[in-house]
Design a protein around this ligand. Structure first.
Ligand SMILES: C[S@@+](CC[C@H](N)C(=O)[O-])C[C@H]1O[C@@H](n2cnc3c(N)ncnc32)[C@H](O)[C@@H]1O
Length: 284
C-alpha cells in the first residue's frame, strides 16, 4: 500500500487544485517557522447529539490518508466528517414526494445522513462508501436504528467506489457532502446525467458544502432548484466543525420541472479551508 507520504505527495501533485496545495505548503512553512507542531483541525466534540439520541457512532474527523483502501479513488477522497442533521432536515423539507423517493448518500461515511433519512418515509435508503471500516460502522448504526425503530425503512450500505454504484430506478434524492475532489466530482455529475438520460426518472441532488457547485451548474441534465446557507441547531453547534453550512439542490431537467425556489441561483463562493463552499444569498 502507498505510504502516507507518497499518498499526500501524489494527491498534492495530481488531484488537489494548485491553490489548495500552495495554501497547505504555506501553512506548513508558517508552522515550522513559528515552532508550532499542531495543525488546525475543525472543532468537533467527542460525541454528536445525534449519537446520544440514537446510541450510534458518527462523530469525529478522519483524514483521507487514514482511510486509504488501495483504490485509485483514494486520491480523490476528502476524508470523513459528518453533516449536521438539522441542516439535512432543512434541505429535505424543500423536496416534495419523499415517500415516492429513494435516498442515496454518495460517500456515506458512518451513515449520519442515512440515519436522518430514516426519519422520513423514503422507499429506500442506501449509502455508498469506499472505506470498509466506515461501512462496518455505518452498518452497525443502521442495525441500531432498525432495532430501535422497526417501522422505519432499513438502511443499506454498499461498499465501493461511488462511480460503480447503480443509481436506483424511480424518483431519487442523491445526497452529497463535499466528499471528493473536482476530478471525481465531474465523473459523478456525468454519471447522474447518464442515469437521467437513460431512465428519464426525476433526480434531486443535494450538495452540502458545495465547493464544486459549478460542476453541477454546467450540467445540462441539472438545473438549480434551491440554495441556502443554514445555521445548525444550537444543540449541534458545539459538535459541529462549522456553525453554519451551505446547501445547493439541483433537479433533473429532462422531466417535469418544479419552479425553482427563491434565491436558488445564488452565487457560491469557494473559501480557503474551513467551510469550503459558501452560498451568497442576495440581501434585500
Ligand atoms: C465528508 S464525508 C461525508 C460523510 C456523510 N455523507 C455525511 O455527510 O455525514 C465523505 C465520505 O465519502 C467517502 N468517499 C470518498 N470518496 C469516495 C468514493 N469514490 N466512493 C465512495 N465513497 C467515497 C469518504 O470515505 C468519506 O467517508
Amino acid at each position: 500500500m502507498m505510504s502516507k507520504l507518497m499518498f499526500v505527495a501524489r494527491r498534492a501533485l495530481f488531484v488537489q487544485p494548485l491553490g489548495t496545495t500552495m495554501r497547505t505548503l504555506i501553512r506548513k512553512v508558517a508552522r515550522f517557522a513559528t515552532g508550532s507542531s499542531t495543525s488546525p483541525q475543525p472543532r468537533v466534540a467527542q460525541q454528536h447529539p445525534i449519537d446520544a439520541l440514537y446510541g450510534i457512532e458518527t462523530s469525529g474527523v478522519i483524514s483521507a490518508s487514514a482511510l486509504r483502501t488501495n483504490s485509485s479513488a483514494d486520491l480523490h477522497n476528502f476524508g470523513y466528517v459528518g453533516s449536521q442533521p438539522s441542516i439535512i432536515r432543512k434541505a429535505l423539507a424543500t423536496i416534495p414526494n419523499l415517500d415516492r423517493a429513494s435516498f442515496v448518500d454518495f460517500g456515506c461515511g458512518k451513515g449520519r445522513p442515512l440515519v436522518v433519512a430514516s426519519e422520513y418515509p423514503f422507499r429506500r435508503i442506501v449509502g455508498v462508501e469506499l472505506s470498509p471500516a466506515l461501512c462496518e460502522i455505518a452498518r452497525r448504526n443502521g442495525a441500531r436504528i432498525s432495532a430501535l425503530h422497526p417501522e422505519r425503512r432499513p438502511i443499506e450500505i454498499v461498499e465501493g467506489n461511488v462511480l460503480d454504484f447503480e443509481i436506483p430506478a424511480g424518483l431519487v434524492v442523491i445526497y452529497l457532502y463535499n466528499s471528493f475532489y473536482a476530478r471525481l466530482m465531474k465523473q459523478v455529475a456525468a454519471k447522474v446525467a447518464r442515469h437521467q438520460e437513460k431512465s428519464g426518472n426525476k433526480v434531486f441532488l443535494i450538495y452540502y458544502n458545495p465547493a464544486n457547485a459549478k460542476i453541477f451548474d454546467r450540467s445540462s441534465a441539472l438545473s438549480r432548484y434551491h440554495a441556502a446557507k443554514y445555521p445548525c441547531d444550537d444543540a449541534e453547534a458545539e459538535a459541529a466543525a462549522w456553525r453554519d453550512d451551505s446547501v445547493v439542490i439541483w433537479q433533473s431537467t429532462a422531466n417535469e420541472m418544479l419552479p425553482p425556489r427563491a434565491g436558488s441561483a445564488a452565487k457560491v463562493r469557494v473559501t480557503a479551508g474551513g467551510n469550503g463552499g459558501e452560498v451568497l444569498l442576495a440581501t434585500a
